[in-house]
Design a protein around this ligand. Structure first.
Ligand code: ATP
Length: 300
């Protein structure tokens, strides 16, 4: 399977251009869509999930059991293959996990009661919620709700799974548990993970894109994007008051407070005076792409 997005555009009625000529090729496996708040990630996820219309452009899902699917037109066919965990996943607080999953399974077309029971129990085991299956969803922690969310997304063995910012607000242990869960999802599946957390992509994704202000600003394998940046990231500890001057002279991609002083990373082809080299990581890739965009925006 392969998902190909071509020149997708969306401008909301208030004039916000959320997607601008977005073109992406998303292969099987875990794909990370990384971008800051407001970048357009949810708009793109909702469009792929057939929940909102694009103004123009194309999305095609190839090599599915049902052949090639035109996502923007064959919505019903997409929904049969789709598992979706939206950013705002509301749960009915007074319903138990087991009852809610059973209900969603029946909505997804599993009509046979005992088959539903088997499916629901297997999923509750998988997301480690079997012991709380009789508890009301309103009593669940953020992490438990997200694990419940992934359980409902997995009903019916979807081959296209979209999870929109699933780890925002989770503590490190829950995030780790969620990562393990996602990484267990089958290999014959496309999983699109939308996030603003670089670590999510570092840990999980074999392919990725960075989106900002509705545009794709980088695409590729995380390791290749990091390799492209090696030898171009430099570090220096400065006084906070000097920051503005450094910003004027260099592409400062990130700042970090260390023992009351400020450590900056800059992106530069050659070593600036008094800076030391840094081994680049995906965070440097992300910030160098995002700040390059910002600089261009300021100049324009
Ligand atoms: N229904 C809407 N009507 C008008 N503007 C919208 C609507 N939905 C989103 N936007 C705007 O479109 C832009 C992209 O929003 P979107 O939610 O797709 O971004 P995002 O990357 O998912 O960000 P976040 O992480 O904050 O959810 C933002 O400027 C947002 O305010």
């Amino acid at each position: 399977m392969k998902l190909t997005i071509t020149n997708l555009n969306k401008t909301y009625s208030n004039g916000v251009r959320a997607l601008h000529d977005v073109s992406l090729t998303i292969p099987q496996g875990m794909f990370g869509l990384l971008g800051p708040n407001g970048a357009g990630k949810s708009s793109l996820m909702r469009t792929i999930a057939t929940l909102q219309e694009a103004d123009h452009g194309q999305i095609v899902l190839e090599d599915t059991p049902a052949g090639t699917i035109d996502v923007l037109r064959q919505k019903h066919d997409v929904r049969k293959l789709l598992g979706y965990l939206p950013q705002e996943f509301g749960v009915y607080p007074k319903v138990t996990a087991e009852t809610m999953l059973d209900h969603i399974a029946s909505l997804k077309g599993i009509a046979n009661r005992s088959e539903r029971k088997t499916v629901v129990e297997a999923l509750l085991e998988k997301v480690n919620l079997m012991h709380v299956r009789k508890k009301n969803l309103g009593t669940f922690s953020g992490g438990m709700k997200q694990r419940f969310g992934i359980a409902q997304a997995l009903i019916g063995n979807p081959s296209l799974i979209i999870v929109d910012e699933p780890t925002a607000g989770l503590d490190p242990a829950e995030r780790n548990r969620f990562h393990n869960l996602l990484s267990e999802i089958g290999e014959n599946t496309i999983v699109i993970l939308s996030t603003h957390i670089v670590e999510d992509v570092t840990n999980l994704c074999s392919a990725m894109a960075i989106i900002n202000l509705g545009e794709v600003i980088a695409e590729g394998h995380p390791a290749d994007l990091v390799a492209d940046l090696q030898g171009k990231i430099w570090r220096k500890t400065i006084e906070k008051a000097e920051l503005e001057a450094y910003r004027n002279d260099y592409q400062v991609i990130s700042t970090q407070l260390k023992a009351g002083r400020t450590q900056i990373h800059v992106h530069n082809e050659t070593q600036p005076l008094d800076f030391e080299p840094v081994e680049a990581d995906l965070e440097d890739v992300y910030f160098s792409k995002i700040t390059a965009g910002k600089k261009a925006a300021v100049v324009a």
